[in-house]
Design a protein around this ligand. Structure first.
Ligand code: FAD
Ligand code: ZN
Length: 230
C-alpha cells in the first residue's frame, strides 16, 4: 500500500542465499507498491549483538553493580543510548510493518538478530512498567517473521521428530512482538530450500511474491492461542 513504511531486519551473510532472494523480492515488491522500505542488513552492518556496558554513553546510573535492563532504561530516558541502537529505534518508530527475514538457527533466530531484539527493544522505548502486551509501547505496528529451515515441513508437524513448528514461534511472536504491543501477521516459512528441487524453490519464491501483493489486506493472527498450554 502506497505510503506505508516497512523495516526489514535481515540476518543472512550471503546475498545469493535463499534468504537473500526472499529479501530482494520483498524490497522489489513492496517498493513497487509505493511503500517506503528500509533494510537493516545485520551482517553487512556488522551489527553488535552483545548487550554490554558500551550501549550506554557516559556515566552509569549505578556504577557499583551493572544491570543492563536498568541502565538502558535510564539511558533511554536521558537520551544516552549508543548511536547504533538509537538509529535502529528510529527505524522501528517510523515503521508500520517490521519484517524479520532469517534462516532458522537451533529452533530460533540467529544470534545477531536476537542481539538486535535485546539491544533495540529497550524498556521505555518498546515497553514499560505495566505497558506490555496489548498495552506495549509499539502499538499500531505489524510484524511478520519470515524464515527458512533446514528441516522439511513433515519434520515440523505435530507428532513428528521436530514437533509442531508453531512452538518455535511462541517466544518470537508472543514473547517479543506481542509483549511490545506489535501485532503479528501469519509467519512465512520456506521449508528446506537447500534440499528441494529448483522448481520447488522457484515456487516458494513465487508464493512469497504473491503473498506480498495482498499483505496489507491481512488481519493479524492470535499469537497466544489456548492450545499452547494444553
Ligand atoms: P541457501 O542454502 O542459501 O539456499 C538454498 C538453495 O537455494 C541454494 O542452492 C541456493 O543457491 C538456492 N537459491 C538461492 N536463491 C535462489 C533463487 N532465486 N532461485 C532458486 N534457487 C535459489 N534448520 C532447522 O530446520 N532447524 C534448526 O534448528 C537449524 N539450526 C541451524 C543452526 C545453524 C547454526 C545453522 C548454520 C543452520 C541451521 N539450520 C537449522 C539450517 C538452516 O536453517 C538452513 O540452512 C537455512 O534456513 C537455509 O536457508 P539459506 O537462505 O541459507 O539457504
Ligand atoms: Zn500473543
Amino acid at each position: 500500500m502506497a505510503g506505508k513504511k516497512v523495516l526489514i531486519v535481515y540476518a543472512h551473510q550471503e546475498p545469493k542465499s535463499f534468504n537473500g532472494s526472499l529479501l530482494k523480492i520483498t524490497v522489489e515488491e513492496l517498493t513497487k507498491q509505493g511503500c517506503s522500505v528500509t533494510v537493516s542488513d545485520l551482517y553487512a552492518m556488522q551489527f553488535e549483538p552483545r548487550a554490554t556496558r558500551n550501549d550506554i554513553v557516559g556515566p552509569l546510573h549505578n556504577s557499583e553493580a551493572f544491570n543492563y535492563g536498568v541502565e538502558t532504561w535510564e539511558a533511554y530516558k536521558r537520551g544516552s543510548l549508543s548511536k547504533d541502537v538509537v538509529e535502529e529505534q528510529k527505524k522501528v518508530q517510523e515503521a508500520d510493518l517490521l519484517i524479520f527475514q532469517f534462516p532458522l538457527f537451533w529452533f530460533n533466530m540467529p544470534a545477531i538478530l536476537k542481539g538486535w531484539m535485546d539491544r533495540v527493544l529497550v524498556q521505555g522505548f518498546a515497553y514499560d512498567l505495566s505497558k506490555a502486551y496489548d498495552g506495549g509501547l509499539l502499538q499500531g505496528k505489524l510484524s511478520l517473521f519470515s524464515f527458512t529451515t533446514g528441516g522439511s515441513q513433515e519434520m515440523y508437524s505435530k507428532g513428528t521428530i521436530s514437533g509442531d513448528i508453531r512452538y518455535i514461534l511462541w517466544p518470537m511472536q508472543h514473547g517479543i512482538m506481542h509483549f511490545c504491543g506489535v501485532k503479528v501477521l501469519e509467519p512465512h516459512i520456506c521449508y528446506a530450500p537447500a534440499c528441494v528441487s529448483e522448481e520447488k524453490r522457484k515456487e516458494m519464491l513465487t508464493a512469497w511474491t504473491q503473498r506480498l501483493k495482498t499483505l496489507w489486506k491481512e488481519e493479524p493472527i492470535d499469537c497466544s492461542p489456548e492450545w499452547y498450554f494444553k
